[in-house]
Every structure is written in structure tokens, then in C-alpha cells.
Ligand binder design. Structure first.
Ligand SMILES: [Zn+2]
Length: 317
């Protein structure tokens, strides 16, 4: 650290009157310097008790290091792996920048702003965003218990970024070709338990069907729960088939609540999600579930640190 170059640099820095923006730049640069070793250590730590991703055996021994990471060799199948094998982060480069990038995700920065902060190319920034988000969003509640509010929200289908549109382009964001919810709309189903646990599902295009509810909700609703919905046709049919207690709130008839039965939490979630999405100026439908998963983590504030997100992405793998 005490090379003449550095001493000269430091003296020059001390002689400068630094503006607020300069302080910020220095601080963020220093953070990335600290992050390099920290990040490798965190990755190794998060993957320390990992079973073999190929055969599931827990018996392994240390086998040198590769790409900076501890390598393990499985005693059962003889294959080697590291903490990232089998996760969405496998084979991404520049690990020393990941912690800063996870901070950008916590700050909901755009692809371009994140690329500038971390000093990577925009295409790298885009790839990292979706690989990291699709990693940490996999850590989600296994079940929803007690009173569970469920409702869908719809977003206009978008082929943003696609080179081959399957329909004529829309102008200025555009409007649907028909009134009401139809094949132009992507359906995002959200279910919230009163304890705050939330699950999101992309059901494809058009109004939700009872078969889709069966696929999404049936495996995650705990026995004895009460499902609260707006009473759209698919819900009573689904509830009856699966023997789930169902309470409908007729929002369209102006009813907002019946005692403890209401949809305030799930509709609040929809509103916050859509307001948060505005900053991205439209998202491609094929990434909708990544954005809702990203928002689910931000909204729950769990995890709320870059290290927490990194660990979640590795453990979920
Ligand atoms: Zn193995």
C-alpha cells in the first residue's frame, strides 16, 4: 500500500477540495475494493455445507481452488463442484463486483445505472440482473396459512427487446386491442398470508382459470386456511374442487370488507409493484416473474443486504 505512486496519489487527493459527488464516487469505489475478497469468502461460506449438486451426497473432500473458489470432490460420484455449481450464478465472471451489483438490485437501479456503478457492460448488467434475481427469488415461503388473500393483476403483454415480434408493433406503449382483460394481458397471481408471507405466479395470458389456480395455489395453501378473493368465477370452482374454505368480497358491488375478510394486503402489493415497475419503462413479459420475484423480496425486506441476497441465491440453488 505504501508504494510511492499511492503516496503521491493520496497527497494529490488531500490537496483537492472534494465536492459531495467526489466523496460519493470515492466511497463507492472503496466499497468495491473491499468487496473483492469479501465476496469470494461469502460465496465459499454460503456453499460450505452444500451437498453434491449431481448426486445429492453430503460426503465430499476439499480439492484445491478454481476461479478463486474452494473446489469440493464428491466421494460418492467423484465429480467436483464449488459453491456456485447448480445455481443461477454459475460461470458468471467478475465475482469481485457482485456485492456492488446486489446493492444495485436492492436500490432498484436500472440496467444502465447499475452498469455504470459497477463498471460492466450493459449486456453484462442485464444478464447479471436476471441471473441474480432468478437465484434469490427462489427462496420463498413453502406454504401460506391462516387467512390468505389472493387476487390477480394484469399487465399488457410486451415483447420488449425481442427481435421478432409476433404481432404488429404498438405505438407509445400502446393499448390492448380489446376492452377488458383478454389475450393481450399477462396475468400475475399474488397470494398473501396475513403474516406477510407472499407468493407470486405468472399464469400466462388472459383471465385466470380454475385449472391455473389448482397448479399455483393448491400446493402452497396450508390445510385449514381460508382463501379470500374477489369472487371471480375461477376461485369458487377451484376452492370447491380442493375443499378450501372460500370467502368472496364483492369489490365490484362496492363492498370493500366483511369483518376481517378483505383484500387490502394483496391489492396494496399490486399497487406498490406497479408503481415500482414504472422506473423500468415497460418490461418484457417473459421476465415478468423475475420482476415480481425481485419486488417480492424488496417489499418483504428479507433479505435486505447484498450479502443476504447472495446467500439466498446460492442456497436456493
Ligand atoms: Zn456426487
Amino acid at each position: 500500500m505504501d508504494s510511492p505512486d499511492f503516496a503521491t496519489l493520496l497527497a494529490a487527493l488531500r490537496g483537492l477540495v472534494l465536492r459531495h459527488e467526489d466523496h460519493e464516487l470515492l466511497r463507492s469505489w472503496l466499497a468495491t475494493v473491499n468487496d473483492a475478497a469479501d465476496c469470494i469468502a461469502m460465496i465459499d461460506q454460503a456453499g460450505a455445507e452444500k451437498c453434491c449438486p449431481r448426486c445429492g451426497s453430503a460426503r465430499s473432500h476439499r480439492c484445491g481452488r478454481a476461479s478463486g473458489l474452494q473446489r469440493w470432490r464428491c466421494i460418492a460420484c467423484g465429480r467436483s463442484y464449488n459453491a456456485l455449481t447448480g445455481t443461477t450464478l454459475a460461470r458468471l465472471r467478475k465475482k469481485e463486483c457482485w456485492i456492488s451489483y446486489f446493492q444495485c438490485l436492492l436500490d432498484s437501479r436500472t440496467v444502465r445505472a447499475s452498469a455504470e456503478t459497477v463498471q460492466v457492460h450493459r449486456t453484462t448488467s442485464f444478464r447479471w440482473r436476471h441471473r441474480m434475481v432468478s437465484g434469490f427469488m427462489r427462496e420463498r415461503p413453502a406454504h401460506l396459512a391462516g387467512m390468505v388473500e389472493a387476487d390477480e393483476t394484469y399487465l399488457l403483454e410486451s415483447q420488449k427487446g425481442s427481435r421478432r415480434l409476433t404481432r404488429p408493433p404498438r405505438r407509445r406503449g400502446g393499448v390492448a386491442s380489446h376492452r377488458g382483460i383478454g389475450r393481450d394481458h399477462e396475468c400475475l397471481l399474488v397470494a398473501c398470508a396475513r403474516g406477510g408471507e407472499t407468493l407470486d405466479f405468472h399464469c400466462g395470458r388472459g383471465p385466470v382459470t380454475s385449472a391455473q389456480l389448482g397448479q399455483c395455489l393448491a400446493p402452497v395453501l396450508a390445510p385449514g386456511c381460508t382463501l379470500i378473493t374477489d369472487g371471480a368465477a375461477a376461485y369458487p370452482a377451484f376452492s370447491k374442487r380442493h375443499g378450501i374454505t372460500h370467502e368472496a368480497i364483492k369489490l365490484r358491488a362496492g363492498v370493500r370488507a366483511r369483518g376481517a375478510f378483505h383484500l387490502i394486503h394483496v391489492n396494496g402489493w399490486h399497487g406498490r409493484f406497479k408503481r415500482w415497475l414504472v422506473r423500468f419503462h415497460g418490461i418484457a413479459s417473459r421476465y415478468l416473474i423475475n420482476y415480481s420475484g425481485w419486488w417480492r423480496v424488496l417489499d418483504a425486506r428479507r433479505p435486505d443486504t447484498p450479502a443476504g441476497l447472495l446467500t439466498a441465491a446460492i442456497k436456493a440453488g
